[in-house]
Design a protein around this ligand. Structure first.
Ligand SMILES: Cc1ncc(COP(=O)(O)O)c(C=O)c1O
Length: 399
């Protein structure tokens, strides 16, 4: 009888494992069962998880989620800061935690002012609204997020005409000058240039600093404003040793996300001169982004900024480790990662089954362009997990 009960328990555990993966949904009920039955199947980032109690509660069968660096969960320290945050009504400018975050960020970036925004998309859109007029040309680096993911927002809200420049996430001052010569004859100058650094869809590449210096000199000469979509600017700063203030000096406005590699649950910021930031605040209200006791989010943002910037270098070395491993297995990794994004190629016929097979083994990646896989390292990923992913890919033998 005892044996029968044991066998039945094992069967339940195994079938729940199967059902969870078949549904792609690791819900609480399943996780609790894994807690008692599948200890050998957890792959936890031991070096960086300080808040084991929370994580134990949340995810015992650990999924290795490489879809994006947005998937991180707030640390124990962040949750503590959220719980004890001093708050007020930010709509009246009276939230002490938001005010503290905005002032720290403005200082860090060497700009007059900063504004806390609910998302990177809203932050970009408000910055574009504040620095363009309907009918203007907006020049953006090829495949920028504002082109690939925000085109409709940008075109509908700001009613600008978007023109893409360059390739592989970059353009040069000569690309800009050539474009300006051409448009000059039609009396149509761009009013805003948007650069993305690091560039999400170009494999997290860092825009070379000297290109930025030259482009910004040229933009100023032609009275064109420059906005930086720096959702992952801290990755660029850590990878190059060039501070965010040095990058920011060449831009009128800079947006960055607290909710990506820095590990905060919500929030992005825009920095710039006081007049422009006031203008952006008005557009934030217009877009419905004025928040109230947002200090609970700002408190997490402050922890992210004060504790997580240097940890980005671990993400970069994990990305490098993954890339080396993939190359050793015969995959084409393009470009070789300098930050936390690894793009690799898979034969088109196998691409869907490759993603599905990894998912069944508890590894999540993203498929794009039919034969490109994107894997992003972040705060909740450690070296052992990268080794595990490589082991799974090796066994699957898809090329
Ligand atoms: C480069 C870049 N800019 C902007 C965004 C938008 O940020 P959010 O998801 O907070 O709207 C993203 C999101 O992935 C991004 O990668």
């Amino acid at each position: 009888m005892k044996y029968l009960t044991l066998i039945t328990t094992i069967e339940i555990i195994l079938s729940c494992n199967y059902i969870c993966y078949a549904l792609g949904n690791h819900n609480d009920g399943c996780e609790h069962i894994f807690k008692s039955g599948e200890q050998d199947m957890k792959f936890e980032p031991k070096d960086r998880r300080v808040d084991r109690s929370i994580q134990e509660e949340q995810a015992v069968f650990e999924v290795i989620d490489l879809r994006s660096d947005t998937v991180t969960r707030p640390s124990k320290e962040m949750r503590g800061a959220i719980a004890s945050a001093v708050v007020g009504d930010d709509g009246y400018g009276e939230d002490p935690s938001v005010n503290q975050l905005e002032s720290e960020v403005a200082n860090l970036f060497g700009k007059q002012a900063a504004v806390f925004m609910p998302s990177g998309t809203m932050a970009n859109q408000a910055a574009i609204l504040a620095q363009t007029s309907p009918g203007d040309i907006l020049l953006a680096v090829k495949d920028a997020h504002i082109v690939t993911r925000e085109r409709e927002s940008t075109e509908k809200l700001s009613r600008v005409q978007i023109v893409e420049l360059g390739h592989d996430g970059l353009f040069t001052e000569s690309d800009l000058e050539l474009f300006l010569q051409d448009t000059d004859s039609h009396n149509q100058k761009p009013s805003l240039i948007v650069i993305e650094n690091t560039h999400n869809f170009a494999g997290g590449i860092v825009f070379p600093f000297e290109y930025i210096e030259q482009i910004s000199a040229s933009a100023r000469k032609h009275h064109i404003k420059l906005h930086l979509d720096g959702a992952r600017l801290f990755n660029a700063a850590v990878a190059t040793g060039i501070s965010v203030a040095q990058w920011a000096r060449h831009f009128d406005t800079v947006m960055f996300c607290l909710s990506k590699g820095l590990g905060a649950p919500v929030g992005s910021m825009v920095v710039g001169d006081k007049e422009t930031i006031d203008h952006i605040r008005k557009f934030r209200t217009l877009l419905g982004g004025r928040m109230r006791q947002a200090g609970i989010l700002a408190a997490a943002g402050l922890v992210a900024l004060r504790t997580n910037v240097q940890k980005l270098s671990i993400d970069h070395s994990n990305a490098e480790r993954l890339a080396h491993g993939l190359i050793a297995l015969g995959y084409q990794v393009q470009p070789f990662p300098k930050t936390n994004i690894v793009n690799f190629t898979i034969q088109e016929t196998y691409s869907l089954s490759f993603v599905e097979n990894l998912r069944k083994h508890g590894v999540l990646v993203k498929l794009y362009n039919t034969n490109q896989i994107r894997a992003v390292t972040h705060l909740d990923i450690n070296e052992a997990q990268i080794n595990r992913v490589l082991e799974i890919i090796k066994t699957a033998k898809y090329l």
